[in-house]
Design a protein around this ligand. Sequence first.
Ligand SMILES: C[S@@+](CC[C@H](N)C(=O)[O-])C[C@H]1O[C@@H](n2cnc3c(N)ncnc32)[C@H](O)[C@@H]1O
Length: 210
Amino acid sequence: MKGMPSSVRYFEEVAAEWDTLRKGYFRDEVREKALDLAKVQAGERAADVGAGTGFLTEALLGRGLEVVAVDRSPAMLAELTRKFGGRSGFRCMPGETDALPLEASTVDCCFANMVLHHVESPEAMIRELFRILKPGGRAVLTDFERHGFDFFLSEYYDRWPGFSPAEVASLFRAAGFATVEAGPLGEVCQAESSTGIRAVVPIFFVRAER
Ligand SMILES: C[S@@+](CC[C@H](N)C(=O)[O-])C[C@H]1O[C@@H](n2cnc3c(N)ncnc32)[C@H](O)[C@@H]1O
């Protein structure tokens, strides 16, 4: 793993325990609220971008959608395959958020939970969400609001200290989305630093229609 950027190395190292760690960071309600915001319907095709171990994928499959899960981390993809490999309607693919391995206009809905604060170019990721959606398709992004906790960057290798919902909404508008709505999700992300600093950061959503 020598030579890998630290964020990539971090996710390679935590993949096998991500499900346990994740439960300490945010609740299962985050995915239920994200799916409800997208008004998902059984039989639709969804993309889970930066899928990790499949927090959203699991709920999407449970609601009868076909899911393409994309992640850059080989260890995360291995966990996805171990957990969902035999399930009908499931596929996972290696890929980067700024060049998703999906054809244009091929998914009904797409999701990215807790991914934007890791990516180099939020603009490029949101442009890719627009590209892969069918006309009328819905994107729901969930992430945490701007915060002042430096240990998120130094201990979890976050690239960005959260975002204001309005600034992310404006990136969706700039990418071409027709209808864009942003607001508090009513959930929080919690974490504790190695020195005992406790962070509780609100989670926001952006819902957009192509
Ligand atoms: C905080 S985890 C969230 C995983 C999952 N969405 C969840 O809610 O549990 C972020 C995930 O995004 C992936 N990721 C980060 N940057 C990426 C990029 N540029 N392209 C693709 N995947 C990326 C990481 O490998 C990791 O699996």
